[in-house]
Design a protein around this ligand. Structure first.
Ligand code: NAD
Length: 458
């Protein structure tokens, strides 16, 4: 009898549905099938593959309203956010495809003696392993460039969101030859088996801990890896900042998606002369992140934590922080089921676990600092380095302070996401390899250089 993976609504505990778990012993054959199909997918050429994938955009847009409730029921986020996530993947698809095609086109490079062509060839079979917090966007960000590059893909969606993962994969697979995108369902055992199988590239988005395990496992066979991992993003509020804007951003970036975003603000450093005023404004802004309840009910701004384990982790960090002297200025109580109230903490000190380990929950943690130098020092005192934000009245100074932060993506008076065409990249232990951008798309390929004698010039 096949085991099944049950998906539960984190708001109610009700069963949303189930899928068969892929037996680990079947995974090598799934990968072998992907390898068998890969040459014919590759033969379609770069433009041909992009053209095959183009209808996926329209399909995602036309099915967004049908799929959004499933996304919400599996992981809890408010329906409008689920809709937004699916539509964003559909809407940007054509431009995204054009950008990947441009990045992967062969290039001619010449010097006096040699004429070379650099080809960006597929690796072969790509394993894509993804988390639950953006269960359509995260697979999409890996599967799309991997396929356009000419790889075939075996996707393992998170065990928390198997149904929406399956639905997304079916939409993409419908545009492809049989076997070019297959799904493995399950948890860490299936992830491990997929990494251990004959795959050439492992594209992973998830936690730092699992990323390290994958890097170790991939070293046998020197498999290529792209790891997008967790963060502990700092927000620096300088004394001349627009404090209302900074507080509103701090609340949004700490609480949105119930804090379950890799680029959530997890640590806030504010210069002392404005700390009190900033905290008042932050408490006021926190009040706007209610009500909290089932994501399918339109009035709710925040949904539940994804599961009891994640809730317990956040509550344990909160309790430890309070025991060690942090002050609760907002929330901090009234948690029920998997719902954790948005909470504002002041007097957070660097030794607390809430200041060091990824929280992934709706908590805004504020530490007062004497000046920008102290803020930079504390912000950089972390193994993580995904994003960072600086709010400053003098934008040039904000930029200067931002350049001293060790994060891969830095926003000045705004969030961290860069312009279209820039990489999505974590520094230090928040990433190993990256995607998006010309160079990011090329990470899904093996460069090969073919050279001839250059034509003689006079
Ligand atoms: P996770 O690392 O627990 O799981 C991610 C995926 O890896 C899941 O599909 C899981 O089944 C699989 N997995 C678990 N153990 C494995 C193993 N040993 N080998 C192979 N696969 C294995 O992460 P999560 O809880 O699903 O997601 C939350 C984490 O993801 C947070 O740390 C968050 O910051 C991070 N994240 C990062 C980004 C980014 O772009 N940097 C984006 C979203 C989420």
């Amino acid at each position: 009898m096949t085991d099944v993976l049950r998906s539960f609504d984190p708001a109610t505990g009700e069963l949303v549905g189930e899928v068969p778990i892929t037996p680990v012993e079947e995974i090598p054959a799934i990968v072998a099938r992907a390898r068998q199909v890969q040459p014919s997918w590759d033969e379609r050429g770069l433009e041909g593959r992009a053209a095959a994938l183009a209808p996926v955009g329209e399909e995602l847009l036309s099915r967004a309203e049908e799929l959004a409730p499933l996304l919400t029921r599996e992981m809890g986020k408010p329906l409008a956010r689920s809709l937004g996530e699916i539509r964003a993947c559909g809407k940007g698809l054509e431009e995204e495809l054009a950008e990947i095609v441009e990045a992967l086109a062969p290039e001619v490079v010449e010097d006096e003696r040699t004429r070379s062509t650099v080809y960006h060839d597929p690796f072969g079979v790509c394993a894509a392993i993804t988390p639950w917090n953006y269960p359509v966007a995260m697979p999409h960000w890996l599967v799309l460039p991997a396929l356009v590059a000419g790889n075939t893909v075996v996707l393992k969606p998170s065990e928390e969101t198997p149904l929406i993962g399956q639905a997304y994969a079916e939409i993409v697979a419908d545009a492809l030859p049989d076997g070019a995108l297959q799904v493995v369902q399950g948890a860490d055992a299936q992830g491990k088996a997929l990494v251990a199988a004959e795959v050439d590239l492992i594209a992973f988005t998830g936690s730092r801990e699992v990323g390290k395990k994958i890097l170790t496992a991939a070293s046998d066979g020197l498999k290529r890896v792209i790891l997008e991992l967790g963060g502990k993003d700092p927000l620096l509020v300088l004394a001349d900042a627009d404090l209302e804007a900074a507080a509103s951003f701090a609340a949004q970036s700490s609480f949105d998606n119930t804090g379950q975003a890799c680029i959530s603000t997890e640590r806030i450093f504010v210069e002392s002369p404005v700390a009190e005023r900033f905290l008042d404004l932050l408490v006021e802004a926190a009040g706007e992140w209610s009500p909290i309840g089932h994501g399918l009910e339109e009035e709710n701004r925040l949904g539940p934590m994804v599961n009891g384990r994640q809730r317990d982790h956040v509550l344990a960090q909160l309790e430890e922080a309070v025991d060690r002297g942090a002050r609760v200025l907002y929330g901090g109580e009234g948690h029920r089921g998997n719902f954790v109230q948005p909470t504002v903490l002041a007097d957070v000190t660097p030794g607390m676990s809430i200041a060091r380990e990824e929280t992934f929950g709706p908590v805004a943690c504020v530490t007062e600092v004497s000046d920008a130098d102290e803020a930079v020092r504390l912000a950089n005192d972390s193994p993580f380095g995904l994003g960072a934000v600086v709010f400053a009245g003098d934008e040039e100074r904000g930029r200067e302070v931002g350049r001293r932060l060790t994060a891969g993506m830095v926003g000045i008076n705004r969030g961290v996401g860069g312009a279209r065409g820039t990489p999505w990249v974590g520094a230090r232990e928040s990433g190993y390899g990256f995607h998006h951008s010309r160079d990011g798309h090329r990470n899904f390929t093996q460069p090969r250089v073919v050279s001839t004698q250059a034509e003689q010039r006079d």
